[in-house]
Write a protein that binds this ligand. Structure first.
Ligand SMILES: [Zn+2]
Length: 101
């Protein structure tokens, strides 16, 4: 996956289109990422003990990586990702400003 935990991304489609946020979890197996504050779903939490109330909490649901675009740390714009090889290995490259990010 081209996107990893800690990256900033912008949402390209869906109800959160145009929003940006940080990747808090990457799930390469299903090509999905969890973006902070994006794709919020309500989850009902059952009471654990007797007498306790159930709660409804907001949690982020995973978003498919095709719906997000990486925001370059250097030029601060959504960008496509390229790769550049050097002696340290494969580096991720912003296609806009050609900086390794
Ligand atoms: Zn850039």
């Amino acid at each position: 996956m081209k996107i990893k935990k800690g990256d900033n991304v912008i949402i390209l489609s869906g109800k959160d289109k145009g929003k940006d946020g940080k990747i808090i979890q990457a799930i390469p197996k299903i090509d999905k990422v969890v973006v902070e504050g994006v794709n919020m779903r309500k989850r009902h939490v059952r009471p654990k003990k007797q007498g306790e109330k159930g709660q409804i909490i907001d949690v982020e649901a995973p978003t498919h990586i095709s719906n997000v675009m990486l925001v370059c740390k250097k030029c601060n714009k959504p960008t496509r990702v390229g790769y550049k090889l050097n002696k340290e290995g494969k580096n991720r490259l912003c296609k806009r400003c050609e900086t390794i990010i």
